[in-house]
Structures are given as structure tokens and as C-alpha cells.
Design a protein around this ligand. Structure first.
Ligand code: 5CA
Ligand code: ZN
Length: 428
């Protein structure tokens, strides 16, 4: 699938890193220090509604991961999927009387525009679930052949289109690594499984938590030829297992997404990948963005309590101000969007821009400016402390360069670092 265009990233003198981030699986902040190449997989959107600030916060967090790695001199391969066929998309399309493919195409276009406006670096591989179906089929056939997966006959009254239609599930009993990503108890898992796309009550399942790998074709639902599986479509989690294995291989460095994906999605995509490769871990670290809320609830497409990036853009809000508002919250802290976020980001943008207007590109950086660059690097490398990085740029803006009198020229060093590391473009 077509990705979007990345903004240029200035090269800074020296190098930053290494990156330390919080890994959900170990519960620790740990150094992620790939040798030369770094692999990042981030769970992309289900394109049934427009990008809200919660999504934007997630993609911004992993944009910082990529920027810190690039600044550390690494070669980064970034992969992101699009869940362009799944229940929520089909349900919304049916509700609104539009074709699901048209709904998806429109929302993906809008997402690309939002990402470009926010200066999020584009993935090298932006892959739709539909494009990945042939890989899913091969993977599921392998799991069935090795008895890691089992089939459940679909009764005709379920709308099955074929006489001998079967759904396919992973047999978790054969997967000792199950549970290692979330570290959750079975009770915790059961509590959210159904509301997050699972089907604990499906008759014939060996374990109520077994994840669906292949859904046989039903009347009125899109389906694809699945070789020996028959016509159908993949379950949600397998798309991320196979896309990551195809484009990164296991283990790769960071699997990312919001905390709402810890279980079942990241748990299941990891255990499915291990069942396929016989290797653990799937990812060396699982990094999760805390939920962004509005009016006391998680901002979500299904609840409809959204602040949309595209809406803010249409209202004429400078995208760099939205980016600054998001950066002012640490990725591991839940927060709620309020108008104050926009107000304080607007003020900060004004203060920074006023200093950036005095840039003299010929000028060598002062000691103080170099210290600011080092501080921004250090704050981000330390578990992506973006709010801390903003504070150090605030001090630069307050003091002017090198403690000089207000109004004197500054070098490019800090604006270039703000651009390369924080993705905020001050010089136009
Ligand atoms: N397509 C799947 C992942 S394979 C999916 O979860 N799509 S989504 O559109 O629902 O969410 C896209 C990304 O935004 C996911 O990484 C999700 O964890 C994250 N996300 C969703 N809501 C929020 C929120 N309120 N705050 C922060 N991140 C969020
Ligand atoms: Zn995913």
C-alpha cells in the first residue's frame, strides 16, 4: 500500500542514543541497542473513522523512537499495517450504507494527510491486511499441518456459504509462551477478551481464549480464496504476525501500539508468530502508548468522543502546535485532551518561533546551545521524555543563545535538533 511522504530530517553533529524504553513484557525500562539495523513494527489504524488525537499520540511516540535511532546512526526499518478488513470496518460501512472498501480508502487517505501534516516519518513498508492475505493463508495452513491450530465446522445456519466450511483457531494449550507479553492473569484476560474482538463463547473452542486465525466465508461478508482453508478471511491478530515476520523477521526490536493492544492483540500476534517460527521472542521490546482520553473516557472511534486531527487542521490550527501539545505528555502517562493543551502549545510555539526567527545560519553554536542539544538528546533517549526535552528548549528560548542580549542572533543548532529529534519545524 502507498505510504506517505517523510519530511527531511536534518543531520546533527555527533550522535545520540542509545535508546532506553519501557518494555511491557519485562516491566522494565531497558536499553534497546540494535547493532546497526533497527526494526520497528507499529500497529496501524482500522480505517473506519478519522485519526483522533489518541492515534496521533501513538504514531508520534513511535516517530520519536525512529528519530532517536536515526540520530544514533542506525539504519531503521519501520513497518506499519492497516487493518483494511475487519469487523469494525464492515459494521461501520453497513451502518452508513457505503462499501467497506470505499470507506477504508477514504479514511486511509485522510490518515496519510494527517501524518504528513504532523511530520510523522513514513514507514518503509505500509501494508494492508488484504495485501497480506496470501501470507496469512500459508501461515495458517502451516499451523494446521503441525497441529498447532484446529478447525471448527461452521453450521449452515451461521450463514456459511460452503457445505464444509471451517473456522480455524490456534490451540493455546500447545504454546507455553502464551502470557509472556502482557504478564496478565487468566482472569484479567477473560475480562477484556470479548470486548476487544474475541469470541470466548464460540462453541467447539478448546480454550475460550484461543484466537481465531481464519473465518470461513459467510453470506454477505467479503472473502478470499484460502487454499486448503477454503474461502474466508483472516482473523485480526494474524495480519500483524505475518506482516512483521515478512518485512522484519523475528526477533525484531520494538513492537508498538497503544496500551489497549497489550491483550489480546500483541499477546496473540506474538504467540502466533512463535508458533510459526519456533522462536521467541517475537519482539525484543513491547512499547505501549497510554490511552488519551476526552471527557473522562478513552478517546475511541466506537464511543465517538473524538478530537480529530483533520478537524483541527480544517479549523486552521497549525499542525506543529498540535504536535507540541502531544509532545507535552509523556507516552506512559494517561491524559485527557482539553483546550488548555492547545493554548499552552500555541504560546510555546510563539516563544520558540520568535527566537528561531533570529537564526543566523553562518553562526557557530554557543556552549549553551550545544548543551541544549545534548539535553534534548538525553531526555529523549531516557524513555522518550518528550516533556523534559520541551523544557530544555524552553530554557533556550528564554535565555536566547549563549546568554546573549535579547534580540541577538542564534545558531541553527537548536532549531535543527528540534526538527530532527522532536519533528517540530521552526525554520521555514
Ligand atoms: N488496526 C488495529 C491495530 S492492528 C487498531 O488497533 N486500530 S485502531 O484504529 O483502533 O488504533 C490505531 C492505533 O492507535 C493503535 O495502536 C491503538 O492502540 C492506538 N489508539 C487507539 N485509541 C487510542 C487512544 N485513545 N489513545 C492512544 N492510542 C490509541
Ligand atoms: Zn496490530
Amino acid at each position: 500500500m502507498k505510504s506517505w511522504s517523510s519530511p527531511p530530517v536534518p543531520t546533527l553533529s555527533g550522535t545520540g542514543g542509545p535508546l532506553r524504553v519501557h518494555d511491557t513484557a519485562s516491566g522494565q525500562v531497558q536499553e534497546i541497542a540494535p547493532q546497526e539495523r533497527a526494526g520497528l513494527y507499529v500497529c496501524g489504524i482500522t480505517p473506519y473513522d478519522a485519526t483522533h488525537l489518541g492515534h496521533a499520540a501513538t504514531y508520534l511516540t513511535f516517530d520519536l523512537v525512529q528519530r532517536v535511532w536515526l540520530d544514533a546512526g542506525l539504519d531503521v526499518t519501520y513497518v506499519q499495517n492497516v487493518t483494511d478488513v475487519d469487523e469494525p470496518l464492515l459494521e461501520r460501512a453497513a451502518r452508513d450504507g457505503v462499501h467497506w472498501e470505499d470507506l477504508a480508502a477514504g479514511e486511509i487517505d485522510l490518515f496519510r494527510e494527517d501524518m504528513e501534516a504532523l511530520r510523522i516519518l513514513a514507514p518503509a513498508h505500509y501494508v494492508g491486511a488484504v495485501e497480506g492475505i496470501p501470507d496469512d493463508v500459508r501461515a495458517i495452513e502451516q499451523l494446521v499441518a503441525s497441529d498447532a491450530a484446529y478447525r471448527i465446522r461452521v453450521p449452515r445456519e451461521d450463514g456459511a456459504v460452503e457445505e464444509e466450511a471451517h473456522d480455524v483457531y490456534l490451540d493455546l494449550a500447545g504454546q507455553p509462551s502464551f502470557g509472556s507479553v502482557s504478564g496478565w492473569t487468566r482472569e484479567q484476560m477473560m475480562e477484556v477478551f470479548a470486548e476487544r474482538g474475541g469470541d470466548p463463547d464460540r462453541e467447539g473452542k478448546r480454550d475460550r481464549l484461543d484466537p481465531l486465525l481464519w473465518r470461513a466465508a459467510r453470506e454477505g461478508e467479503p472473502s478470499w480464496q484460502g487454499g486448503s482453508l477454503g474461502a474466508g478471511r483472516p482473523g485480526w491478530h494474524i495480519e500483524c504476525s505475518t506482516i512483521a515476520l515478512t518485512y522484519l523477521g523475528a526477533p525484531f526490536d520494538v513492537q508498538g501500539g497503544g496500551t489497549d493492544l497489550i491483550f489480546p492483540h500483541h499477546e496473540m500476534s506474538a504467540v502466533q508468530a512463535s508458533a510459526l517460527t519456533g522462536r521467541e521472542p517475537f519482539a525484543r521490546a513491547y512499547v505501549h502508548q497510554a490511552m488519551v482520553g476526552l471527557d473522562g473516557e478513552k478517546m475511541s472511534k466506537s464511543k465517538g468522543n473524538l478530537v480529530l486531527v483533520s478537524r483541527l487542521r480544517r479549523d486552521g490550527v497549525e499542525p506543529m502546535i498540535v504536535r507540541l501539545a502531544l509532545l507535552d505528555h509523556h507516552y506512559r502517562t494517561e491524559w485527557e485532551w482539553t483546550d488548555d493543551d492547545l493554548t499552552s502549545a500555541t504560546e510555546r510555539w510563539g516563544r520558540w518561533r520568535a527566537v528561531a526567527e533570529r537564526v543566523d545560519s553562518e553562526r557557530a553554536p554557543s556552549e549553551a546551545e550545544l548543551r541544549t542539544v545534548a539535553e534534548v538528546r538525553a531526555r529523549l533517549a531516557d524513555d522518550l521524555d518528550a516533556p523534559g526535552a520541551l523544557e530544555s528548549v524552553d530554557r533556550w528560548a528564554e535565555q536566547g543563545a549563549g546568554g546573549g542580549t535579547s534580540g541577538s542572533a542564534v545558531s541553527r543548532a537548536v532549531p535543527d535538533a528540534v526538527d530532527a529529534l522532536l519533528g517540530v519545524q521552526l525554520l521555514r
